[in-house]
Design a protein around this ligand. Sequence first.
Ligand SMILES: Cc1cc2nc3c(=O)[nH]c(=O)nc-3n(C[C@H](O)[C@H](O)[C@H](O)COP(=O)(O)O)c2cc1C
Length: 197
Amino acid sequence: MKFDAQSLSPKENYKLLIGSIIPRPIAFVTTKGADGTINAAPFSFFTVASSHPPQLLIAVQKTDQGEKDTAKNILLNQEYVIHIVSEEIVEAVNETAAPLAYGESELERTNLTLIDSDLIDVPAVAEAKIRFELKLTQHVELEAADLLIGEVVRYHVADELVDSFRIDADGLGAIARLAGNDYAKIGDIFTIARPTK
Ligand SMILES: Cc1cc2nc3c(=O)[nH]c(=O)nc-3n(C[C@H](O)[C@H](O)[C@H](O)COP(=O)(O)O)c2cc1C
């Protein structure tokens, strides 16, 4: 089938995209609000933008009310933490996607615990096996989304997961987002050597 993107509704475009671009990694983001409240929410429009310097990109969609709290807080403080979502925390992370009023912390709905960050003033979630402390480097405002690019200033990786900078994928147990309410675990892993010429 073919679809003319311009004639589709926002929901139709959204469904085609989130069903096609799978699996998507999930950034679980903590930010600090104007009143000091710690906000947490997951974002699967998430990728590496640059590896040196290390920069990560999240795309936070706008709502009818404007920017989501995560985007608001990042633009306010320029600092945030991105956590990788693994099996052990995915249910709690899903709970934090509730649309709460500004200033209400989604973390209170979960058993997740906060831990101070080293180089930024936004705390992190202790239970995540990998997390990145970030400082905002660029904000690109799209019609319906805020693209936020941040530089990683500190990595935190659980000791048992890292060996000579290689991350143990099985040990990490990262969870991906599919469409609707679906999530996925990493399936069979196979190797293909990259061509050298
Ligand atoms: C697994 C998962 C992935 C999500 N990915 C995105 C995303 O990439 N972009 C987005 O704008 N919202 C995404 N959402 C929805 C937000 O998490 C949700 O709107 C949340 O309430 C935003 O919180 P905030 O207003 O505190 O920033 C996702 C939700 C879930 C459960």
